[in-house]
Every structure is written in structure tokens, then in C-alpha cells.
Design a protein around this ligand. Structure first.
Ligand SMILES: Cc1cc2nc3c(=O)[nH]c(=O)nc-3n(C[C@H](O)[C@H](O)[C@H](O)COP(=O)(O)OP(=O)(O)OC[C@H]3O[C@@H](n4cnc5c(N)ncnc54)[C@H](O)[C@@H]3O)c2cc1C
Ligand SMILES: *[C@@H]1O[C@H](CO)[C@@H](O)[C@H](O)[C@H]1NC(C)=O
Length: 496
């Protein structure tokens, strides 16, 4: 049996994020063979940074919690968030296979039994890991990637033929013979070039939110935001997109780049181009935003693009004298009190405040005003006004309708962090069809080439809904793996 297996042609999977590991596991489960190629020293990618969770519509967990949801409703929310620019057939698959995707991850041991309500969703459906009462929080993306890798390692131990994992190995080209993809060219850490043959290739190289070079994709498609920092790892350079493009692959939605309004400014390194995400849940649990003048300037729970625009228009850069400042970038100050921190979860907050030191504590509004170098009364007035709005005595001038958890009192301790907008996610990428085949400029599949995850475009339209990218990685990663496996099986047949 083992011999038969080693005769089986291989599928080359490029990229060890969630899309790549989902594809790999699918291929192994089908009985195929994989060579997984990862440029970094470990698998994980941006997938390991994800903190809000993965969407699933119609799951057991939802049913247990009495949440009524359906694939149709997820489909509707996804299209609405994407301004209907989405590829409708891909969205349908995404929604229909969402409960199965959550199940797939639960089967590798991820405890996705708690559910979040994220912006733009009609019902709570973003599955994550229950927050422990104390101790370390378990971020969803990190745990998902750890468990998937452990499962693959187990399978590899049982049968070493099934998968070879090459880290610190970068794809630099895709090889074709008579129009058909037959492998890739890679460079290893020592600069050595070599070829990896495969019956098919699955691209899972992620997005281009960190591709800032002068000939990079951000320069080409997002010039106006080139100066923004990014929440992504430096490896997010769109290499899969760029290499497939040289083969004639069609790119779609490339200008659709999502800016997240709140990334933390690190007081130790305020100018850093890579920033730590300030999770949306902070504002979801009552954090408010003020500008350098000590005033609110928008609805903290507006859409990502709205809040970003308000910061750029109404929040000036913050001076170095306050917590190190914002290095000249338009920035907001995020404020929390003990009640909102409790609601968000102490362990996760302590990570931001104690380990990363993003938050500083002030005894009251007066002390904060002094530090911010504004008139003593300004922040007190801002907080008093917000309290009146919170209590329903006044309309919010910015249209905020939901007021989570608690209003901060001027006389209690206040925790403050500087946040700035940052490039977060690239909706555009390679056009694929329902079988995850990469489509060329003429509308035909490029034979032997498949793609899944952030390297592709179409699923999210103009704007991605929170929790939908991890979902996309599992759903289309599995489809791409399945297609790639089918192609390798067909190749082995034609050899007989
Ligand atoms: C801070 C943060 C929080 C997020 N939170 C959420 C969330 O809660 N829910 C959600 O749904 N989405 C979230 N997202 C988005 C989501 O995490 C990503 O879009 C998704 O994980 C992308 O997965 P992927 O497998 O396509 O790519 P990645 O996970 O980025 O993996 C791509 C891999 O390919 C490798 N690679 C790239 N080029 C090459 C090459 N030439 N050769 C070899 N290897 C290469 C990279 O090193 C990387 O390991 C978040 C993103 C960030 C940055
Ligand atoms: C792979 O082949 C099987 C039948 O052998 C088929 O059912 C499946 O849909 C194919 N996968 C894809 C993604 O096309």
C-alpha cells in the first residue's frame, strides 16, 4: 500500500496559512500526497493572528444557544457588506458549507463553542473559543493553526509518505509544460534554487497588505493608502497573485483594500509599519474614541470605512508628549474603564495593557487631560455628555444607537491607548471558479492551477464581513485540495 501511495503523483500546496493547511488535510484525507511549501520558518501566516473567529450559519452551537440562522441569511449579509460586488456563486458555496467548515475545525480539536456578534451580521455567528475566567486567553486563529498542524503532524508520523513540509522555502515561479501547470520553482533559505514537481499546484499564499515596495501591488492598486501601517505579517506580499499573473491569470477587485480603523500604536515604536490590531470587540464592549482635543468625533460602532474616515478628518496626529505620540499619523485615543475591561475579558486586556503596554492608566479625567495637554475640564465634559447620551437623555450627534456595557465616569480610573487606521485585508486577488480553478484573462481555467484564501478575489466584493476570511480559507481550501487531488489522480491514471 505504501508503495502504491509513493507512486501517486503529488499536489504542491504553496502557503502554510489556514487555506494551505485546510487544502493539505483534505488531500491527505482523500488518500493523496502533498508537498507543502512555506516561505517562513513556520506555518501559520496571518491566519494565526486572527482574533474574532470564524463564521458558521446553522451550527449545533448556534442551535444550543437559541440563535436562528441559515446559509441564506449569511449569504445575504455577505452580499450586503460587499455592496453586491461579490461573486454570487462563490458566496453561495461559502454560506452553504459554513457549518461544515466549523465542524471541520472542531474535528481537529478546536473548541469553537462560543459565539460573537460582529459588525454587519444579522445574528451572532462568529465562532470562537470560550474566554477563560483567568489565565491566558486563547486567540482563535492561533489555536486553529496549532491544532491543524498537530493533526497533520500526526498523520505524517503514521505515514511519512503523505506529506512533506518544506519551510523557509519560497515559491518564485510556476512551471508549465504545454500549457499545463506541472510544478513550481523555489528558493531555499541559503539561496539555492530548485524545482518541485506536482500533478497540480494549489496557491494559498495569502494577501498583499504588506506589499509596499515601489513595484508592489499596494503601489499599483492602493497608492492613496501606501503610507498607512499594516496589521499583516511582512510575508503578505501577494506573491501568489504576482506569479500567477505572469501566467495570464485574471485579477479581480484589486483596489478593494480594507482599512481597519483601530490598530495600536506601540509607545516603544510609534512609527512602526506593522501594528497590532485593536480588536473590534473592544469598542463592542464599550470603549470610546476621542481625538487629541479630548473630544469624541464619531460613532465608535460605525462601519470600518466610516470610523477610518472620521479619524482621518477629525483626529489630528497625537504629540510625542502623550504616550509617545502617533508618529505624525492621524490617531484616536481609545478609552476604557474597569467595567468595559471586564466585559471584554481581563486576560486579553492584560495582554494589551501589561504585556504590550499599549494602555496607560490615569486616576481620573483630570489626570488624563493633563497628560493630553488639553484644558482640565475638556475630557470631563466629553464623558459627562456621553453619559447623558448613554442614559438616553440626549441623542448622539454621531448617530450611535447601541451603547454597550458602561459609560466612563470622569472620577474613576481611565485606561488610554493610541490607535491608528491600518491596512488590514485585501479583498481582491485571483479569479477562481466553484472548483477553485484559477481563471485566466480569457475566462478559461489554467490547467493544473488552483487557489484559495486571501490570494483569491470575488468572495467578499467591496468589503469583507468579519469572520468570513477564516471561513473562506476552510471552505475553498478544502475545495482546492479536492480539485488538486482529483487532478493528481487523473494524472496517475493517464500514466498507467
Ligand atoms: C490581525 C488580524 C486579525 C484577523 N482576524 C480575523 C478574524 O478574526 N476572522 C477572520 O475571518 N479573519 C481575520 N483576519 C483575516 C484572516 O486572518 C486572513 O485573511 C486569513 O487568515 C488568510 O489566510 P490565508 O491562508 O489565505 O493566508 P495566510 O494565513 O496569510 O498564509 C499565507 C502563507 O503563505 C506564505 N507565503 C506567501 N508567499 C509565499 C511564497 N512565495 N512561497 C511560499 N510561501 C509563501 C506566507 O508566509 C504565509 O504563511 C485577520 C487578519 C489579521 C492580520
Ligand atoms: C473530485 O472528484 C469527485 C469524483 O471523483 C467529485 O465528486 C468532486 O466534486 C471533485 N471535486 C471538485 C472540487 O471538483
Amino acid at each position: 500500500m505504501a508503495q502504491l501511495l509513493s507512486a501517486e503523483p503529488t499536489v504542491v500546496v504553496v502557503g502554510g496559512g489556514l487555506a494551505g493547511l485546510s487544502a493539505s488535510l483534505e488531500i491527505i484525507n482523500e488518500g493523496g500526497r502533498v508537498v507543502l511549501v512555506e516561505g517562513e520558518s513556520n506555518t501559520g501566516g496571518n491566519s494565526a493572528k486572527a482574533s474574532s473567529g470564524i463564521n458558521g450559519a446553522g451550527t449545533d452551537t448556534q442551535e444550543k444557544l437559541g440563535i436562528h440562522d441559515s446559509p441564506e441569511l449569511l449569504e445575504k449579509d455577505t452580499l450586503s457588506a460587499g455592496d453586491n460586488e461579490n461573486d454570487k456563486s462563490l458566496v453561495k458555496i461559502l454560506a452553504e458549507k459554513s457549518a461544515g467548515a466549523v465542524e471541520f475545525l472542531r474535528n481537529v480539536g478546536v473548541d469553537l463553542t462560543d459565539i460573537n456578534l460582529c459588525g454587519g451580521h444579522s445574528v451572532p455567528r462568529t465562532h470562537w473559543i470560550p474566554s477563560p475566567k483567568e489565565g491566558r486567553p486563547i486567540p482563535a486563529g492561533f489555536e486553529i493553526m496549532k491544532r491543524l498542524r498537530a493533526r497533520i503532524n500526526d498523520l505524517q508520523e503514521k505515514n511519512p509518505e503523505t506529506i512533506r513540509i518544506l519551510t523557509q522555502t519560497k515559491m518564485v515561479d510556476i512551471i508549465r509544460k504545454e500549457g499545463k501547470v506541472v510544478g513550481i520553482e523555489v528558493v531555499s533559505a541559503d539561496g539555492e534554487k530548485s524545482k518541485i514537481n506536482g500533478a497540480s499546484v494549489v496557491l494559498a499564499t495569502g494577501g498583499f497588505s504588506a506589499d509596499r515596495s515601489s513595484d508592489g501591488l499596494l503601489t499599483e492598486f492602493g497608492k492613496q493608502i501606501l503610507d498607512f501601517p499594516s496589521t499583516n505579517g511582512a510575508f503578505a506580499r501577494g506573491e501568489g497573485v504576482k506569479i500567477a499573473r505572469t501566467l495570464g491569470a485574471k485579477l479581480i477587485g484589486m483596489e478593494r483594500i480594507q482599512i481597519h480603523p483601530t490598530a495600536f500604536v506601540d509607545p516603544k515604536e510609534p512609527a512602526a509599519g506593522t501594528k497590532f490590531l485593536a480588536a473590534e470587540a473592544l469598542r463592542g464592549k464599550g470603549a470610546i474614541l476621542i481625538n487629541s482635543e479630548g473630544k469624541r468625533f464619531g460613532n465608535e460602532l460605525g462601519r470600518r470605512d466610516y470610523t477610518t474616515a472620521r479619524i482621518l478628518e477629525h483626529a489630528k496626529p497625537i504629540a510625542e508628549s502623550f504616550q509617545g505620540g502617533s508618529a505624525g499619523r492621524h490617531a484616536a485615543v481609545m478609552l476604557m474603564n474597569e467595567a468595559t475591561i471586564d466585559a471584554f475579558g481581563r486576560p486579553a486586556f492584560n495582554f494589551y495593557a501589561i504585556v504590550k503596554k499599549f494602555f496607560q492608566k490615569y486616576e481620573n479625567s483630570q489626570e488624563l487631560a493633563k497628560a493630553l495637554n488639553v484644558d482640565e475640564s475638556v475630557i470631563k465634559t466629553t464623558l459627562d455628555e456621553y453619559k447623558e447620551i448613554f442614559d438616553g437623555k440626549k441623542e448622539d450627534p454621531f448617530g450611535k444607537k447601541v451603547f454597550p456595557v458602561a459609560a466612563i465616569s470622569p472620577s474613576e480610573p481611565i485606561y488610554a491607548a493610541i490607535v491608528v487606521p491600518a491596512i488590514h485585508y485585501t479583498m481582491g486577488g485571483l479569479k477562481i471558479d466553484e472548483h477553485a480553478r484559477v481563471i485566466d484573462e480569457q475566462g478559461k481555467p489554467i490547467e493544473g492551477l488552483y487557489a484559495a484564501g486571501e490570494v483569491t478575489g470575488g468572495v467578499h466584493g467591496s468589503n469583507r464581513l468579519g469572520g468570513n476570511s477564516l471561513l473562506e480559507c476552510v471552505v475553498f481550501g478544502r475545495i482546492a485540495g479536492n480539485s488538486g487531488f482529483n487532478a493528481s489522480r487523473d494524472a496517475s491514471r493517464s500514466e498507467l
